[in-house]
Design a protein around this ligand. Structure first.
Ligand code: HEC
Length: 206
């Protein structure tokens, strides 16, 4: 092989090696999700009243679907969050067809970061005992399980003043950036949680 050909071979192999390293890294990021995969919700990209991101760096692809008025299927690696403690992540194609490859997560969050307390596909319940998959299912066909408002899911009793206040007080982001009305929204939310747990406690008791 002459010198020029050798150089070409070397540069082609380095391109291939880089591509291989990139795809291994990419595969790791969606299959090896751990506590460190989730950070301050406000560092994600806002869409209307929720936030999106993409673990593979394809935030543009995720945003395009979130903004598609006809609805579409979210690309692999998509992360969607409305509140700091609940996350949907689009896993590798074919991982779990029933949920459209979405994995549901429940987190504990504090100043130190996130701890995954529950994760899975059809069997994850939130802290109010509701099943993530069942509630999101009505939006499956057209909106790839993303409920928002008007996508067919039963509305939740937590309104956008409360979800906004939760986003602005995510402890992983440092100091809260509260707006007018947030303290009252958080107070209402807290009362609902306390009443909700009292109701659950009474139901369990009788
Ligand atoms: C009682 C039904 C219900 C349960 C249970 C539920 N969700 Fe939702 N979820 C909704 C509705 C309705 C919305 C849209 C709320 C809105 O924007 O007004 C939503 C919003 C979301 C969003 C923002 C994107 C979207 O779909 O609008 C994510 C992410 C999410 N939920 C994840 C979860 C996870 C994870 C769980 C379980 C740990 C869960 N949800 C449990 C009904 C539910």
């Amino acid at each position: 092989m002459n010198k020029r050909n050798k150089r070409i071979v070397i540069s082609i192999s380095s391109v291939l090696l880089t591509a291989a390293a990139f795809s291994i890294n990419a595969a790791n990021q969606v299959s090896n999700i751990d506590d460190n995969s989730f950070n301050c919700i406000r560092d994600m990209t806002p869409v209307r009243h929720f936030y999106v991101d993409n673990l593979l760096g394809n935030t543009q692809g995720t945003l395009a679907v979130a903004n598609d008025p006809e609805g579409a299927v979210y690309p692999e690696g998509s992360v969607v969050q409305l509140v700091p403690t609940e996350v949907m992540v689009k896993r590798e194609a074919g991982t779990f067809p029933a949920t459209g490859d979405w994995e549901f997560f429940e987190l504990e969050v504090d100043e130190q970061g996130s701890t995954i307390t529950k994760r899975g596909f059809t069997d994850v319940n939130n802290r109010f005992g509701g099943n993530c998959f069942t509630c999101h299912l009505p939006a499956a066909e057209k909106w790839d399980f993303v409920c928002e408002s008007g996508h067919g899911c039963e509305p939740i009793p937590i309104d956008h003043s409360m979800t906004g206040a939760l986003q602005r007080s995510d402890p992983r982001c440092g100091e809260p950036e509260l707006q007018d009305g947030d303290t009252f929204a958080l107070f209402k939310l807290n009362s609902m949680v306390v009443l909700g747990s009292a109701k659950k406690w009474l139901e369990d008791l009788f």
